[in-house]
Design a protein around this ligand. Structure first.
Ligand code: AMP
Length: 384
């Protein structure tokens, strides 16, 4: 199957060719024609499945050539759970729409940064990617109107609910016009998602992109090190040096630990930066940008960014500590092995974590080989 059979115009196909999207992923083959036909969508899809382009492409196609609405009335609203995802989805709109005759104005709005520049820039926007709280603030200030929205997208809807956005989402739904197209994307299908489905969607086309998740996991080579808690730091530095890692995302379970790991890495001459909820939004954006462009070698993160963030060709993910939920483990390691390139996920497992790691492996239906770090000479890992 090729993109040209899905009903997309040549400007969009041109960008896809430039981006080396040679053929559509299954979710794209299913979603793109259905959206073009005006259908509602309920898609169970993880990051890595190609879900973003699955909704971005047909939206760009549909809006092309349409007259804009009155100023500050947006046509497309994409709700997302995090600021990082808002920025990323907006970038995909900008990139895939870059060859269209008339460029559609798209924008991301999210909390944690000053609202004033967002208020000013909303002029003329047709596609808005927003986190729920900030959207409500902007609507209350009357700088954007959502009463004429033609297409609503909920991206990572389950995460939005987990983060406690239910009330904000309900308020937003009440302000939308009755007649519109709804596209719901969620990594899981729970009771809450079912109830949104019943309440929001009209006779949706249902799509599950589960296969892609399995395919993705198979692209990731996983390994675990048995290591005492005190030796995790030296082991991390040993691995970075030994495997000559140029770009690695390290996960910790707390903000405090993320900062501590960075301090130690820097003290030993390894350029690193922490990204977590206590960092300002501009520091987070800057760190992610520098990491993506290879300016920072090691990014140490909490689960804040384990989902939704797409880093092209990231070769290594290290779990310095395990996450509580097996799902988060899969999301974390899913940062590597993306877009059909191989990846490596390494977990540092202390004796206290061994039982929990067994639970995770069972859930993931994959067993991971262990190496005992006791047998490694970690003395060369540190400068001091
Ligand atoms: P997503 O699931 O939307 O986060 O996308 C995962 C990754 O797959 C992104 O890096 C996209 O650029 C890439 N991608 C999406 N669709 C395709 C495609 N048809 N061919 C190649 N890469 C793709």
């Amino acid at each position: 199957m090729s993109f040209s059979t899905l009903g997309l115009s040549t400007e969009l196909i041109k960008v896809l060719t430039e981006q080396n999207y040679t053929e559509p992923y299954p979710i794209q083959s299913a979603v793109i024609p259905a959206v073009l036909k005006g259908k509602d969508i309920l898609a169970i899809a993880q990051t890595g499945s190609g879900k973003t382009a699955a909704f971005v492409l047909p939206i760009l196609e549909k809006l092309q050539g349409q007259a804009p609405l009155e100023n500050r009335f947006i046509k497309v609203l994409v709700l997302v759970p995090t600021r990082e995802l808002a920025i990323q989805v907006n970038e995909v709109f900008a990139l895939l729409g870059s060859r269209q005759m008339v460029r559609l104005k798209t924008m991301a709005v999210y909390g944690g940064v000053s609202i004033n520049p967002q208020m000013k820039n909303l002029m003329g926007v047709e596609i808005l990617v927003a986190t729920p709280g900030r959207l409500l603030d902007l609507v209350a200030s009357k700088v954007v109107h959502i009463s004429e929205v033609k297409i609503l997208v909920l991206d990572e809807a389950d995460k939005m609910l987990n983060l406690g956005f239910k009330e904000e989402m309900t308020k937003i739904f009440e302000m939308l016009p009755l007649k519109r197209q709804n596209l719901l994307f969620s990594a899981t299908l729970g009771k809450d998602i079912e109830s949104i489905n019943e309440f929001l969607l009209r006779d949706p086309v249902k799509i599950t992109a589960e296969e892609e998740e399995g395919k993705n996991l198979n692209l990731i080579s996983q390994i675990a090190y048995k290591v005492s808690e005190e030796k995790k730091g030296p082991l991390l530095r040993y691995l970075i040096n030994e495997k000559k890692m140029e770009q690695v995302l390290v996960f910790t379970s707390s903000v405090h630990r993320a900062d501590a790991v960075v301090v130690k890495l820097k003290a030993n001459g390894i350029e690193a930066f922490a990204i977590h909820s206590k960092k300002s939004q501009s520091a987070r954006n800057e760190a992610l940008r520098r990491f993506k462009t290879g300016k920072i070698k090691v990014l140490v993160a909490t689960d804040l960014i384990s989902r939704g963030i797409d880093i092209k060709f990231l070769p290594f993910v290290i779990n310095y500590e395990l996450p509580r939920s097996p799902k988060d483990y899969i999301h974390r390691i899913g940062r590597t092995g993306r877009a059909e390139s191989a990846g490596n996920a390494i977990s540092l497992i202390s004796p206290d974590e061994e039982h929990h790691f067994r639970v995770i492996q069972k859930k993931m239906k994959k067993w991971v080989d262990f190496i005992d770090a006791e047998g490694l000479d970690l003395s060369g890992a540190d400068k001091s």
